[in-house]
Structures are given as C-alpha cells and as structure tokens.
Design a binder for this molecule. Structure first.
Ligand code: ZN
Ligand code: ZN
Length: 392
C-alpha cells in the first residue's frame, strides 16, 4: 500500500544527518542538495522531489467503522470519512477543500464544517453519493487539499483516494480500494483490495470491521494540484506549471560577485537580499544589492535607500514568492509591494525593481525554464548588468 510516511522523493538518512549542520548545502555523503522543510528548525525534515516534508505533512484517510454495507434500490450512500493528522511534530494540518468524483460525473466540492486538524487529531466528514442503482460498480474518488503553515509561510498539497463500490444483487455493498501498485505513474497494475466491511444480516446495516475504521490508501494528486492551482501557477505564462524545490537558481549580471548557482538550500529555505553584506563576506544576505553608476562604482547615496535586508525569495507551493522586508518596498510590474502586503508571486518575465522611487537603478529580471510542467531552473539577472571583471 502506498505509504505517505515512507520515503518520499528518495531522501536518504545521510541527508537528514548532514542537514543538521548549519550552512551545509549538499549532503557530505551522497552529494544531493539539502532541501530543508520551511519548518526545519522544528521538524528537522527535508522535502523530496514532490515538495513535501514527511515529518510535517502526514495526512491519513479512513472509512469509519459505521460505514453502510448495503444500498437500498435507487438510494444514496453516506461514506463516513475520517481525516487524521499523523504529523510527528505537533504540526496542524488544514484541510482546505474536499472534492468527490463519482464515475465520469464532474468532480464536485464538498462543504467542510471544519478545517483544522491538530496533530494526532481526527475529524469526520460524511459524504453523500448520488443515487446508486440496485446493482453495478461505481468508482468514487476522494480528493482533498491540505495546507501546512509555518509563521507566514504555507505549503499546499492534494491527495487522492480511489474507491470502487460494488452493489451486489440484493443491495449488499462491497467497497474496494483502487491502488496503483507502482505508485503514481503510467502502466501500473491496478489491484482492487476489498475493505473488510461485512454485511451482518438483513437488519443490521453497520459494518463490523473488527470495530475499526479502515485506512484508505492515499496518493499524491500532483496533476490535480497543477491543474487546479493547488500548487504552481494558476495564470500567466506558466499556468499549470510547478516550480520544483530542487530548481537551480542561476545569478547573472552580478559581475565577479555572482552568488553560486544552485537550489535554495539555506536553513530556513529563504534567500535574503539587501544592502547588507553577503554570507561569503560575513553578512546575512545571500545576495548583496547595491546601486552602481554607469562606470560600475557603487552609488552610496542611492544604495542607502535599500534596506539591509530588503527582500526574501523562496519557493512556496510551487511558485517563486517574494516577501518585502525593506521600508522602501519593491515594484513588480506596475504593482508596488510593501512590508505590509501579501507575498508577491513572481512570474516568468517579471522584473523586480528594488527601489520604486528609482525603478531604473536596480532590478532583478526573472526567467524560468520549464519542461513537462516543471520549472527546473530560474535565472535572475541583475539589471543593469555589471560586466565580468568588475566588482560591485
Ligand atoms: Zn545524503
Ligand atoms: Zn517539516
């Protein structure tokens, strides 16, 4: 059974060990980049290729023990679903949306009377099906979006579980689970695993699964995430495209002070930019931002308008986001973002102008390379460009 608590994204134990060393960017043993969870200081977790920290985000879905085991002719069925948060680090999970799809009918949203799931806690949701015929097979897909928060940040994911309902002659019901044995992918064999809910006589309509709820296999719904805006870009040139956490950031136009290219591997998975010195020079910033004149010399006066830590860049739910920390704000397109504003989502082709008052003084042009629905490289070019061989 696919297990979300397993080893997502192929993260090895060695990487968890090496990630504890502050400043470590790559695992000293296997050489993989260390992609820390946004809550790494609390959970010690890393995110896999799928962007999920398996320490923080571990939803489980159950069919409750009182599930019906028969269907009256033309009747509807109520599926008692139980959502459980198996996070080992006391991180709440927020179930933001639940969708049901029956057979080929369009997916419909279910109204949720609750949202928050504390770690170790569960909430129940009764989902009513459409009218079922006396006999036949019905596929039911339960999909839900779950969010995890850490301070001002949020990651969202979607998971899905497939059930097969079989109404036998006489109206008794067999619920099968549809599991792709090879996990998410094409060409996988599908097996049907009956959920042990036994019919007890004609009168009793309750399941007797040893008095226990049956756990349903969950799979990551990555295609659904991209096409429904759960992750990635919901509009613009990258509509339906998701930025991988492992995407390389390439810096251009910084002359000889260009930061190293690579995925965001800092302790808090944030890149800080501002007037303060870069880490390599003993400062706190990943990239130092200074305004230069046409000759390449630093314009001290205009540069003073840039805050020491002016802006933070990070990848959140498959999008490049900027949080403004500098009092002067930044311009993205025509829109000014200040410290009190929501995150700015940065798109392919955007130019982040560091000082709205002097838009031409310093900008960061962002270009993304996408293939098969995923961005694997982001190029950030300083404009105006500082030629190689000159120091900024
Ligand atoms: Zn490793
Ligand atoms: Zn985590």
């Amino acid at each position: 059974m696919p297990d979300l608590a397993g080893n997502p994204g192929g993260i090895s134990q060695c990487c968890y060990q090496h990630a504890l060393t502050e400043g470590a960017v790559f695992c000293g043993e296997c050489g993989k980049p260390l992609l820390r969870c946004m809550a790494h200081t609390e959970c010690g977790g890393l995110v896999g290729d799928d962007g999920r920290c398996s320490v923080c985000v571990r939803p489980q879905l159950f069919l409750d023990k009182d599930a019906a085991t028969d269907v009256k002719a033309g009747g509807v069925l109520v599926l008692p679903l139980v959502f459980y948060n198996a996070s080992g680090v006391a991180r709440p999970l927020f179930i933001t949306d639940v969708w049901i799809r029956e057979g080929e009918r369009p997916r419909r949203k279910i109204e949720l009377p609750w949202k928050r799931l504390d770690a170790g806690g569960s909430n129940r949701l009764n989902v009513q099906t459409g009218a079922l015929e006396r006999q036949g097979r019905y596929g039911i897909e339960v999909t839900f979006a779950a969010a995890t928060n850490y301070f001002m940040r949020e990651e969202r994911f979607a998971f899905t579980s497939s059930l097969g309902l079989e109404v036998e002659q006489g109206g008794s019901l067999v619920i099968n689970q549809t599991i792709n044995t090879a996990g998410v992918g094409t060409g996988a064999d599908t097996i049907y695993a009956p959920i042990r809910l036994e019919t007890v006589g004609d009168q009793v309509r309750k399941a007797q699964a040893g008095g226990k709820a049956a756990e349903l296999a969950l799979q990551r719904a990555d295609n659904f995430e991209a096409s429904n805006g759960v992750r990635g870009y919901a509009d613009g040139p990258l509509k339906g495209v998701v930025i991988d956490r492992s995407a390389r950031i390439v810096w251009k136009g910084f002359g000889d002070n260009a930061p190293n290219a690579g995925p965001i591997a800092t302790q808090d998975s944030i890149l800080a930019l501002g007037r303060g010195k870069a880490v390599a020079e003993g400062g706190d910033n990943h990239v130092q931002l200074l305004v230069t004149d046409t000759g390449g010399a630093v314009d001290e006066q205009v540069s003073q308008a840039i805050s020491r830590r002016h802006m933070e860049l990070f990848i959140q739910s498959g999008r490049l986001c900027a949080r403004v920390t500098g009092s002067a704000g930044v311009l993205v397109g025509d829109h000014r973002h200040g410290v009190d504003d929501a995150l700015a989502v940065i798109n392919h082709g955007d130019v982040i102008r560091i000082l709205p008052k002097y838009p031409e003084a310093l900008g960061l042009q962002v270009r993304m390379r996408a293939a098969h629905g995923h961005v694997d490289e982001i190029t950030i070019t300083r404009v105006p460009v500082i030629p190689e061989g000159s120091k900024s």
